[in-house]
Structures are given as C-alpha cells and as structure tokens.
Design a protein around this ligand. Structure first.
Ligand SMILES: C[S@@+](CC[C@H](N)C(=O)[O-])C[C@H]1O[C@@H](n2cnc3c(N)ncnc32)[C@H](O)[C@@H]1O
Length: 325
C-alpha cells in the first residue's frame, strides 16, 4: 500500500517534473552516494535528507527533514486534492451532532467556529475551514510547513487563520490558555496522530504508547461538548494489502516503509515512513482512555469522507468523538 493511497500514478504522486520518472535516476544517484558506494553505505541521516552535518538529533520528529525537502511539492500529492470534500463532510457532521443537542448554548452555525488543526502540514484544511468562516489555529512540528501555511493565509487575506510551530503533545504545556477553547479539533491525514512511531524499537514503550499524548492534547483543547475528529490508517487494510518492502509490526500496528519524495524541482529524496494503523475498536478505546466520548467511526479515504460504516477494505477510519460536558 502507498503511504498515501490515491488514484494516480506513482510518478504523479511523487510530483515528478514533466518527462522525468522516479525510475530515471539510479538508487545510488538518488541517495547522493559517492562513486562506488551503494545505498547500504548511506547513513540514516542521509536517507532522511538531513542537511550536511545534521543528524536526527537536530530534529524533534522524523517528518521534519521530509517536510524540509518537499516544501510546497507536498501539495502535488493526489491525496491532498480532496480537501474541500473532507472539510465539508466534517462540518456537516459537526452541524448534525450539535443540532441534535437542541440547546441554545451550542453553536448553531459553522461561521465563527473555533477550530484547532493538529499536524496541519502546509495548512490545506485550516485554510479551507477559514475560507468558510471558521477561526483556525493550525499547529505543526515542521517549520517549513508552518511557514508555507502562514504565507498562504496572508496571500488569501485570512487573518483569522494562524499557524504555530509546536509539538502537538506539548501544545497545552506551552500554551495553557488554549485548553478547553476549541469547538472542533481535527487531525487529518496522519497529522501528528498516526506518525508518532518512528526509528525506535517497535516494542519499546515509546512505540506502543504512540499517539496517546496527541489525542490527550486534542481532548483537552476541545471545549466541553466540543468535537474531536481524527483520521487514521486501517490496520485491516494494511495487513491485507501489504506492499513488497513494507514491514508491518503486528504488536504496535506500525507500518514501516521506504519511499521517495520530491521537491519542487523534482529532486528525489529517499524517505523512511512509520505509520501507525488502527482498528475502529482501538480508536474508540483510545478515545475513551483520554476522556472522550466516541460517537462514531466511519470508513473513509482521501477526498471521500462521509458517514459510512467501516469495512475491512477502507483505507482509513474517521473517529468522531466528543469531549464530555
Ligand atoms: C502526513 S502530514 C499531514 C498534514 C495535513 N494534516 C494534511 O492533511 O495534509 C503529517 C503532518 O504531521 C506533522 N506532525 C507529525 N508529528 C507531529 C507532532 N508531534 N506535532 C505536530 N505536528 C506533527 C508533520 O510535520 C506533518 O506536517
């Protein structure tokens, strides 16, 4: 399975410049191996695209060097093209939950909703929500993405859409005033939730506990009665449709794979990805463990969000949970 399932060719997914394909370049050249060296000779730092002299210790998260390399080329991936569908489906869902309350204290309309977008990347959902009238804070650990998102908000005149570079797990420790202040908290397309696994031993406590601190932040950032919406890769799908080269750890649910990412000029970087996959039941249990009330888990794929029951063939699941009042 591709990390980001989509319906276009690997070439398009990788954002190759016109005429070039990933196969045009040897693995050695892609990795910048010195004459005569092979990929096996290349360090993890080089594979992850760390700048000369940098090591993984210079980054807070393995995703950062990928974001540095991809920059705005990230938005060429096919899975980013369904943003409007995803945002509209989530807002419709929120409207339905709140109108079922029938209390005057619940927000009746979508305009002016306060939204937190966790692991916002270059801000595609945040910006789309702000264009619909929501007041949005997007947070991401990758500075390059936060800069791109901020530039886009300025260019689009969205003063009510702000971005912050922070590890989502530390958000409320760094900004305690944000606790309990959002109507809607989202983490979409493995935005922080689902990418907490990494180059650590699969069975270490750090890997097994994974995304709990992220979901805890999300739960605490929501106001009482507020909604938390999280997308996660399906463990069923991953176990059934494993690509050659993927290694899926059944205990932690982390899928590790090698792939390539490109920058705007088509320069290839080898990348290692660690994605944590879930079952609907695990999502519900985790939601309960952090003090949320799970309302539903839907079966979705990028650009096709809706309220369908989950099946083993769905790429992703969408957890909808509510902070207890
Ligand atoms: C696959 S991208 C998804 C971005 C965006 N949500 C989207 O749908 O396009 C994952 C994002 O999560 C961010 N991320 C990963 N761990 C994070 C953390 N602990 N805190 C904040 N952001 C994090 C990465 O930097 C990256 O931008």
């Amino acid at each position: 399975m591709d990390w980001w399932p989509g319906d276009v060719s690997p070439k398009a997914k990788l954002g190759c410049p016109e005429g070039a394909t990933p196969g045009d370049v040897s693995m050695e050249a892609k990795l910048g191996c010195p004459e005569g060296a092979t990929p096996g000779d290349v360090s993890m730092e080089a594979k992850l695209g760390c700048p000369d002299g940098a090591t993984m210790a210079d980054f807070d998260h393995w995703f950062e060097p990928l974001a540095d390399h991809m920059g705005s080329a990230y938005l060429r991936y096919s899975f980013t093209k369904g943003t409007d569908n995803e945002v509209d489906a989530i807002l419709q869902l929120a409207r339905r939950v709140w109108s079922a309350d029938g209390t005057a204290s619940e927000p009746p309309a979508i305009r002016n909703l306060r939204v937190l977008d966790v692991g916002c990347g270059p801000g595609r959902h945040s910006l789309a929500l702000a264009r619909r009238g929501c007041t949005v804070l997007g947070v991401d650990i990758a500075e390059r993405f936060v800069d791109l998102a901020t530039e886009a908000a300025t260019a689009q005149g969205l003063a009510h859409c702000r971005f912050l570079r922070v590890d989502a797990a530390n958000l409320l420790a760094d900004h305690p005033d944000l606790a309990g202040s959002f109507d809607l908290v989202v983490s979409l397309c493995q935005g922080a939730f689902g990418v907490s696994g990494g180059p650590v031993a699969p069975r270490s406590p750090a890997t097994l506990e994974l995304d709990e601190p992220i979901l805890t932040t999300m739960a605490r950032a929501a106001r009482p009665g507020g909604l938390v919406v999280v997308s996660a890769f399906s463990a069923y799908f991953q176990a059934r449709h494993r690509d050659e080269g993927d290694s899926f750890d059944a205990e932690s649910g982390v899928n590790h794979e090698h792939t390539e990412v490109m920058d705007d000029d088509g320069r290839v970087m080898q990348a290692e990805l660690w994605t944590t996959c879930y079952t609907p039941r695990e999502l519900r249990l985790l939601a309960r463990a952090v003090g949320l009330h799970p309302l539903a888990v839907h079966g979705v794929s990028p650009g096709r969000y809706g309220e369908r029951p989950p099946t083993p063939d769905d790429h992703e699941f969408l957890l909808v949970a509510r902070r207890r009042r």
